[in-house]
Ligand binder design. Structure first.
Ligand code: PEP
Ligand code: MG
Length: 885
């Protein structure tokens, strides 16, 4: 027969699936001999069975009754015994903490009779009646379904009539009257009396806690925290202890170390003469834990002792809830405590130093997300005001600047020395100079893989995107959010770690961890702890970590951050700015000679870019991707051009031939669906001379670096392959060009030629493609886009929040790799690619390369390296290390 109820002494911390987190830890403390009020746990399995059928599973009621009898026997009194009642608490406790989301019922066992017994044994009428009115109120709302506001209104009316500012002014007879009012309220609302049978109170409370698993609050919380709906909650039934029995009683919360810094020092709050609920509710002000040392030295010493015991046992920071009942200390709850990112690192290092955990365990205790949080200046959260808007936290950090609404204004003000935040509906490659000039980018549309997000992350620039509550009035040069108008030039603060935007300049705190990555300056406990974790990760990881970088500065930074090469150098950024004119000339060329001239003019500029990057990454691989985006992206906007021409015509001046030719070209190249159009390898195959120009620039850069005594290791990557034939054709052109440069320079230039795998067809035919490719790099941005059929630029704003709410996925597949679909394609391509070519080098360079969960996936899928933006390199190193543990 299934066992649905466990005595605390039967369980343990490794039974959290069955007993919930709270129940498992209560059991653990009981077994450690710590003073836990006795009780038992009804399992999550019982809850699941109840929720599936709507009734208690067979045997549950009897099991609870048997455990109650045992509890009564050990206490020497019965539940609700009129002259000296045993009272119980019934609390939820799921596998994962869901604070305040489910129900708790205290003081079960109080009735019209036993309240008098409690008054007598406790020596306090007031205490007894206050406990009873709490029970009636909690039971009435939670179990019997009376609206909680009705109880609140009743107590407020009573206080008003007595001129009492708070509950403490209500005496025993006031509270006794209140109990009557509450009971009448319950009968009136439900047609049923508050039950006077203590056992009925208990059973109905357990059932109510089960049901609260499916309450609206709990469901929402689970969705947000990615907790499965199927787990169910356990229910802990425990003898009540009271912290509100006088000055020698009280309740508090304590941590074994400071959860903000990780350092060892007493940390917590204490509330004399109060129940635990009062501490949480914040009705009265607590005192620091150290004050307990003065108020009750014996209990304080005992508590410190027990904290030490717990930390040594759990080998981690723990937090506890405790109650002192007339000088006796009781432990009501413990768990491994939440901590800040700073505390996570410091604590891991200290516990390792103390010999409590190993270096590998210390590495497992920190995360890439924690590291990322520490790399950016932060807003001093204690000092920020109300939020102006919320969006998607796309690129972390905190920035302050004057709001500007277009690229030109951003550049102008930045050149004048002003700090600016570029606020746009969405960004395009045209906004690049403005993004470079700005401290932060804020958009009202687009998701984590929108242009703004990807580019900002690449630059390590703060970005919040998709802030839909932001209405941008470009004409009026202002935006409106939450009823507040922000005129151009008004200072705003953008928190890219939380997605929050504030009005005004929020105060900033600098990052010592970032200084360490930039300069190697290893000062302070925190920096030292981060450095140690990374060293360990580097020692154990199998995955290589490269960076996505396309300027020498980014390449150099990536190297300082620990990148072992460049996994993706996007060459399209090298076609912007002043070079657009040359790109236009290439597109508009009437003759081969014109085109060659335009390409020839681009060549030295590209070469110079590559020389800088190869120099910064000397001795390490640099994967250069041939041009990917559609060419029309480098031409002026179609509407702007048409307006310019129409305006000229209206004025009677004929438009320039250049403009009309441009418009013609734009119209010719216009695509309804450019993401699936003439881009990637397709472009290289239909735009004569383009591939040759790029490859020549790479090869000549290699020659130049070699002549300078360097060790350039360029690799050439072909984007958006569908079929092996595409790769074969481009590869031939690449090899011819390399041979030509080798010949003219007299220096052999060998560059491995590989391909991106970013279309499902490529993944599914990877075996054939591998025959032509020295390496694969998964472009998981496009692979996600094309596998799901989701436009990477649109969907996040359009319907992802609805999809997340409905639980279709728990996290955007553009953020964390979808293991079942996209991941399956990755695995197929790895297996078939390696089968065809065992030495095939395989990496990933989509945004997922810097996402912790995805890094673990790529480790398990057998990739050789991940490539991510320079600022994510430490995150990827750390997670690659953790994945290998
Ligand atoms: C990708 O598609 O994952 C990729 C890296 O290429 P891009 O983002 O430039 O399309
Ligand atoms: Mg791509």
């Amino acid at each position: 027969m299934v066992q649905y109820v466990y005595e605390f002494s039967e369980g343990g911390r490794d039974m959290a699936d069955l007993l919930g987190g709270k129940g498992a830890n209560l059991a653990e403390m009981t077994r450690m001999g710590l003073p836990v009020p006795p009780g038992f746990t009804v399992t999550t399995e019982a809850c699941r069975a109840f929720l599936a059928t709507g009734t208690e599973p067979d045997g549950l009621t009897e099991e609870i009754a048997a455990h109650l009898t045992a509890l009564e026997q050990s206490a020497g009194r019965r539940l609700g015994q009129p002259d000296d009642p045993l009272l119980l608490s019934v609390r939820s406790g799921a596998r994962f903490s869901m604070p305040g989301m489910m129900e708790t019922i205290l003081d079960i066992g109080l009735t019209d009779d036993s309240v008098r017994g409690l008054a007598k044994v406790s020596g306090s009428e007031r205490f007894a009646w206050d406990s009873y009115r709490r029970l009636v109120q909690m039971f009435g709302s939670t179990v019997m379904g009376v609206a909680p506001e009705l109880f609140e209104a009743a107590i407020a009316r009573l206080k008003d009539s007595l001129n009492a500012p708070d509950d403490l002014r209500l005496d025993a007879s006031d509270l006794a009257r209140l109990v009557e009012t509450y009971k009448n309220l319950i009968s009136g609302e439900t047609g049923e009396d508050f039950p006077q049978d203590p056992t009925e109170q208990l059973h109905r409370s357990v059932r109510a806690v089960f049901e609260s698993w499916n309450g609206q609050r709990a469901r929402l919380y689970r969705r947000r925290e990615h907790i499965p709906d199927t787990l169910g909650t356990a229910v802990n039934v425990q003898r009540m202890v009271f912290g509100n029995l006088g000055p020698d009683s009280g309740s508090g919360v304590a941590f074994t170390r400071d959860p903000a810094t990780g350092h060892r020092r007493p940390y917590g709050d204490y509330l004399p003469n109060a129940q635990g609920e009062d501490v949480v509710a914040g009705i009265r002000n607590t005192v620091p834990l150290t004050d307990l040392g003065r108020l009750d030295p014996t209990s304080y010493t005992q508590l410190c002792d027990r904290l030490g015991t717990l930390e040594a046992h759990y080998r981690d920071l723990c937090d506890i809830e405790f109650t002192i009942e007339r000088g006796t200390l009781w432990m009501l709850q413990t768990r491994v405590g939440k901590r800040t990112a700073e505390a996570a690192f410091t604590l891991a290092a200290e516990l390792a130093d103390e010999g409590l955990i190993t270096a590998d365990e210390a590495l497992a205790r920190v995360s890439g997300d924690d590291a990322a949080r520490l790399m950016f200046p932060r807003f001093d959260t204690a000092a920020v005001g109300d939020a102006l808007a919320h969006g998607i936290p796309a690129s972390p950090g905190a920035a302050v600047g004057a709001a500007v609404f277009d690229c030109a204004e951003a550049v102008r003000r930045a050149a004048a020395g002003q700090k600016v935040v570029l606020v746009r509906q969405e960004t395009t490659p045209d906004d690049l100079p403005g993004m470079v000039a700005a401290q932060a980018v804020l958009t009202s549309r687009g998701g984590k893989t929108s242009h703004a997000a990807v580019v900002a992350r690449g630059m390590g620039k703060v970005c919040v995107c998709g802030a839909e509550d932001l209405a941008i009035d470009l004409q009026g040069r202002r935006c409106i959010a939450g009823g507040i108008t922000v005129e151009e030039g008004t200072v705003i603060s953008v928190d890219g770690s939380t997605g929050t935007v504030y009005a005004g300049a929020a105060p900033l705190v600098d990052s010592a961890v970032m200084r360490y990555f930039e300069t190697g300056e290893r000062s302070g406990d925190l920096v030292d702890a981060v450095a140690r974790a990374l060293d360990r990760a580097d020692g154990v990881r199998r995955l290589g970590v490269r960076a996505n970088a396309d300027t020498p500065e980014d390449a150099a930074r990536a190297r300082r951050f620990g990148a072992e090469g460049i996994g993706l150098c996007r060459t399209e950024h090298m076609f912007l700015g002043d070079r657009r004119k040359l790109v236009e000339a290439m597109i508009l060329a009437h003759t081969d000679a014109d085109r060659v001239r335009a390409l020839d003019a681009l060549l030295p500029l590209q070469r110079k870019d590559f020389v800088g990057i190869l120099e910064a990454m000397d001795g390490l691989p640099v994967t250069i991707r041939l041009l990917d985006p559609p060419l029309h992206e480098f031409l002026p906007d179609r509407t702007e051009l048409a307006v310019r021409i129409a305006t000229a015509e209206a004025r009677g001046t004929p438009p320039s031939t250049h403009d009309t030719e441009l418009l013609e070209a734009v119209n010719r190249m216009h695509e309804e669906n450019p993401m699936l159009g003439l881009r990637g390898v397709r472009l290289g195959l239909v735009a004569p001379g383009l591939v040759a120009m790029q490859v020549r620039a790479i090869a000549e850069a290699v020659v130049e670096r070699k002549r300078a005594g360097g060790d350039p290791r360029a690799e050439i990557m072909v984007p958006l392959i569908d079929a092996v034939e595409e790769l074969r054709l481009v590869r031939e052109e690449v090899e011819e060009t390399l041979a030509a440069v080798s010949e003219t320079s007299g220096m052999a230039v060998h560059c491995p030629v590989g391909t991106m795998i970013e279309l499902p067809r490529a993944a599914l035919t990877a075996g054939r493609i591998a025959q032509e490719a020295a390496f694969f790099s998964f472009g998981t941005n496009d692979l996600t886009q094309t596998t799901w059929g989701f436009s990477r630029d649109d969907v996040e704003a359009a319907f992802f929040s609805a999809y997340l709410d409905k639980g279709i996925f728990k996290v955007s597949p553009f953020e964390t790799i979808d293991p079942e679909g996209v991941g399956r394609l990755v695995r197929i391509a790895v297996a078939e690619g390696r089968a065809a070519r065992p030495d095939l080098k395989i990496g990933v360079c989509g945004e997922h390369g810097g996402d912790p969960a995805s890094v673990h996936f790529f480790h398990n899928a057998g990739l050789d390296y991940v490539s991510c933006s320079p600022f994510r390199v430490p995150v990827a190193r750390l997670e690659a290390g953790r994945a290998a543990l």
